[in-house]
Design a binder for this molecule. Structure first.
Ligand code: FES
Length: 97
């Protein structure tokens, strides 16, 4: 029986770059390990440098993250440095508007 944790697929639009989204590490780590540039600074959920929009999928946080307002969360904004994927995810490249 295979007890290994499943790895989800991550994708960054509009370029469609893909990466392995590990459930047990931050999305930011998975993105950068996939060779994709993503802005970051504090890596602890406070500076908002890494803030990006989740277009598809779901993430979880270790705590209710203070770096995002309830409205921002509703609009799909996440902090990848402290977010972990719950399924396959699609993100919007923060450098493309
Ligand atoms: S890098 Fe600072 S909030 Fe994510």
């Amino acid at each position: 029986m295979d007890n290994s944790t499943p790895t989800f697929r991550g994708c960054v639009l509009p370029d469609g770059q893909s990466f392995d989204a590990q459930p047990e590490q931050s999305l930011l780590d998975s993105i950068t390990q996939g060779g994709i540039y993503w802005p970051s600074s504090c890596r602890s959920g406070t500076c908002r440098t890494c803030m990006g929009q989740l277009l598809e999928g779901q993430v979880r946080y270790e705590m209710e993250w203070p770096g995002l307002s309830a409205e921002e969360k509703q609009e799909g904004w996440i902090l990848p440095c402290v977010a972990r994927p719950l399924c396959d995810v699609v993100l919007k490249d923060p450098l493309c508007d």
